[in-house]
Design a protein around this ligand. Structure first.
Ligand SMILES: Cc1ncc(C[n+]2csc(CCOP(=O)(O)OP(=O)(O)O)c2C)c(N)n1
Ligand SMILES: [Mg+2]
Length: 812
């Protein structure tokens, strides 16, 4: 890809003529500090490049796969991150680092004594640091995981909102001050639509204390980004109430612009297309000179460039603001002093700055060759065998550097526990989870609303639970039955706003007064925002030391719309309760487009998310109680309940909570050696019960199984298999106990309002036959009888499946 070219790392200011702008106030009169910052930039550039080089060229490669890494992406953001971490950040600030700057982030922690050499050397290897910063895998120094571009950036908006929330509700630890929520973003991240959804939502909620610092290298993965794009984007930020700070030129260029003819030079650069600028950067000083001489003609600007060597000219022309640490610190400081307005910094940079492929459009995944690395190493003054030494190759004494590092504000520990905070668990009184359902016809969705509204009364010993729940919904609060809870607990807003309808005494079932004490966060429709908010709310114990029990509701099919953000929230181990309703075909009159068939499979396949689908309200109550406890356990997870609007008669029975939580319980246990059982999940219970009544006339020993969670059943089964492989012969899964009474050759007819594969695996537990029912197509509107018939989950379909199973026993 790239021609080897000697890396010219920062030509000294002495070579440049003309005055340079004043330093940031904090550095004024402290040249030693500035010198050390420059040394740290050098060190970060070296370490990040070396980590990737080591992973690709030094470490043995067992499988021949490309290891990869992003030396150019790291190089462009060095000064920005150095300015932040070594001058501007305070311990309470929370940062999302652009995914491909992971090595720079780890190198910073290495300098601060918070990262080990072994993990650095193990980049992209088992046990080493991840390619992209990961809360779960890389430890507590990572505030927000990143990797799926755009999400980490937007996450900062929601974490700032949640910081306000816990402060305004007096839930925080008094020793943790409010911090800023900062995203260091790649410029291509701003192509992601979720960024703009978050901007709108942030504006609505008047979010403060957010900074997005865009590493504007005008390159993405494949190419150079179009010119003029950022003019548009800047306008968007301003329209959303953000301050927008463009950091375009460094001090050397500003000094040159101040000279006679300097304006011509500025105009030339301003007019230079991104792709030409990149190409010239890659080609170096001689190419700059040729182009400038041709274009500038007799302008007085010629005097500025003619006196410089090729290297010095290259350095001048690439002296962008994002590579000038003094300029960066100054601009960040000014914004800091200006208050808490959300601020977007557009810092002009060069992708690969200081490396041989600087500016080349193909450099995203480009790696330095061994020869280029040898040259770079020599320029950095690193002796072989000393690659990881912190003080190697620096023109600053070890003691001065140590003293500097110890004096950085960010080096202060945030708490005695470090960056990851803790909050005590909230007790969950079981008495609140006993809704009066028996004898009524109720849907699980209605039961959910009732239970939450009851908790919302919040008196006596129930008070802490009510106080720590926060609910949210993307414009489906009423239609998912959160209304009664909201009426009791109010809507959260940083500003008190009256309910106009209520004040005017206009009849409405919803009382929607807004105040800083409200406990429901009403979102616009964008589902990604729901999941990002649940992610942020589900981390408040770790980020703010305040325990929240977030509950979010959404229509089940639209989980798909926010799925990446949901997976992202779980990947960070955020703890929340997701309630998706209505679901399946059973939402019948809502239309074919709203039907969901893949969500049970998503629930099974999502890590750190325990998913359930109860049919009846007694099961739901057990699961809600479990959810609030499970969310708070160190080895717990987020929880997902898939609910329905179909009203079912509620049985009077005593359930074993452990079985409901483990995923299945016998409604009618089978006889020993029974030949068949029907297993149902969710709102198809009446069809399963009716079919079972008919079946039992022929097969008196048949069983009827209620499945509350294929996800938990499957997880229990695989974990028992794993434990037995590891030698624990006594390990047994709940589903193994469940199917134990059935004959070895028995058949299971499974039925759910979701993809049949969700339960088809049950036959593998004991090698039994399964006839799985459930829609694998969707899209036809109708009522339940028509739809259940069309998609073969009605009584007849279940009985046909039973007949098929019995008639062809052994060959079904
Ligand atoms: C959602 C998502 N889509 C695609 C990718 C693959 N990808 C990784 S980085 C990248 C381009 C990033 O460009 P930019 O944000 O400008 O970063 P930088 O130039 O600083 O490397 C792409 C497309 C991804 N990680 N996430
Ligand atoms: Mg870029």
């Amino acid at each position: 890809m790239c021609q080897p070219r000697c890396a010219s790392w920062r030509v000294g200011a002495a070579e440049m003529s003309g005055p340079v702008r004043t330093e940031p106030a904090r550095l004024r009169g402290d040249p030693g500090r500035v010198r050390i910052l420059h040394q740290i930039e050098r060190k970060l550039l070296w370490l990040s490049a070396w980590m990737v080089h080591n992973a690709n060229h030094i470490r043995p490669n067992r499988d021949g796969l490309k290891v990869g890494g992003h030396q150019a992406s790291c190089a462009s953001v060095i000064s920005i991150m150095a300015a932040l971490y070594f001058e501007v950040l305070r311990p309470q600030d929370r940062v999302a680092v652009k995914p491909h700057a992971g090595p720079v982030f780890h190198a910073i922690n290495y300098l601060l004594g918070r990262q080990s050499r072994e993990k650095m050397a193990g980049l992209r290897q088992m046990g080493g640091v991840q390619p992209y910063p990961s809360r779960v895998k890389d430890g507590p120094e990572v505030d927000f995981s990143t990797g799926s571009v755009g999400l980490g950036v937007a996450m900062t908006t929601f974490s700032a909102l949640m910081q306000d929330y816990v402060h305004l509700h007096d839930l925080v630890r008094s020793d943790i001050p409010q911090g800023r929520h900062i995203a260091i973003a790649g410029d291509a991240e701003l192509d992601e639509g979720n960024i703009y959804e978050a901007l709108l939502e942030g504006w609505k909620h008047d979010v403060r204390d957010v900074w997005w610092i865009v590493d504007y290298n005008r390159q993405s993965l494949d190419s150079v980004v179009p010119d003029r794009l950022f003019g548009r984007i800047e306008g968007l930020f301003r329209d959303m109430g953000w301050n927008c700070v463009t950091i375009k030129y460094g001090r050397k260029l500003e000094a040159a612009f101040a000279r006679e003819g300097g304006e011509d030079l500025r105009r030339w650069i301003d007019d230079c297309p991104n792709s030409l600028y990149s190409a010239l950067t890659f080609q170096g000083g001689a190419a700059w000179r040729q182009m400038l001489q041709a274009d500038l003609g007799r302008s007085r600007a010629r005097a500025i460039i003619d006196e410089l060597s090729d290297d010095a000219l290259g350095a001048l022309m690439t002296n962008l603001g994002g590579h000038d640490i003094e300029t960066l610190i100054e601009r960040l400081d000014v914004a800091d002093a200006a208050g808490d307005q959300p601020t977007c910094f557009i810092a002009y940079t060069i992708k690969g700055m200081g490396l041989p492929f600087a500016g080349h459009k193909d450099n995203h995944a480009g790696l330095m060759t061994k020869e280029q690395m040898a040259e770079f190493r020599a320029a950095m003054g690193i002796r072989p065998g000393h690659e990881w030494d912190i003080f190697e190759g620096l023109s600053v004494s070890g003691s001065a550097l140590r003293e500097f590092l110890a004096s950085c504000p960010f080096a202060e520990p945030l708490s005695p526990d470090g960056r990851s905070l803790r909050a005590p668990a909230i007790p969950i009184p079981p008495a609140l989870f006993r809704p009066k359902a028996v004898g009524r016809k109720l849907s699980t969705q209605a039961g959910f609303g009732d239970i939450l509204a009851e908790i919302g009364r919040g008196g006596g010993e129930d008070k802490p639970l009510a106080q720590h729940i926060v609910t949210t919904s993307p414009d489906v609060t009423v239609s998912t039955n959160l209304g009664p809870w909201v009426n009791r607990r109010g809507i959260f807003d940083r500003h008190t706003r009256n309910d106009v309808f209520r004040d005017a005494k206009l009849a409405s079932a919803q009382r929607w007064g807004m105040s800083p004490k409200g406990q429901h966060i009403e979102l616009g429709i964008a589902e990604q925002n729901l999941f990002l908010l649940l992610g942020a709310a589900g981390l408040t114990h770790a980020l703010h030391g305040a325990r929240l029990l977030p509950v979010g509701t959404v229509y089940d099919p639209f989980v798909n719309r926010g799925l990446d953000a949901l997976i992202y929230a779980c990947y960070q181990d955020a703890r929340f309760l997701l309630v998706s309703t209505p679901s399946g075909l059973t939402l019948a009159p809502e239309g074919g487009q709203h039907q969901s068939i893949n969500t049970p499979l998503i629930g099974m396949a999502a890590d750190r998310l325990a998913s359930f689908e109860p049919a009846h309200v007694d099961e739901l109550a057990i699961l809600m109680h479990h959810a609030f406890e499970h969310m708070q356990k160190p080895d717990g997870s987020a929880v997902w309940l898939r609910l329905s609007t179909r009203q079912l008669a509620q049985p009077d029975r005593a359930l074993e909570p452990g079985a409901v939580i483990a995923g299945a319980h016998w409604v009618s246990p089978p006889a020993e050696e029974a030949r068949i059982a029907i297993a149902y999940q969710g709102p198809v219970a009446p069809e399963a019960e009716a079919a079972f009544a008919v079946l039992r006339e022929e097969e008196p020993g048949a069983g009827l199984l209620a499945i509350t969670s294929p996800d938990r059943l499957h997880a229990g089964w695989t974990s028992a298999l794993r434990a037995r492989r590891a030698g624990n012969r006594r390990a047994r899964a709940h589903i193994e106990d469940i199917v134990a009474p059935l004959a070895p050759g028995a058949a299971l007819v499974t039925v759910l309002d979701g993809h049949p594969a969700s339960l088809a695996w049950l036959g593998a537990v004991r090698g039994q036959r399964v006839i799985p029912l459930g829609p694998d197509r969707f899209g036809q509107g109708g009522d339940i009888p028509d739809l259940y018939r069309e998609y073969e989950i009605d009584i007849d379909a279940i009985l046909d499946a039973c007949a098929q199973a019995l008639l062809s026993s052994g060959r079904a």
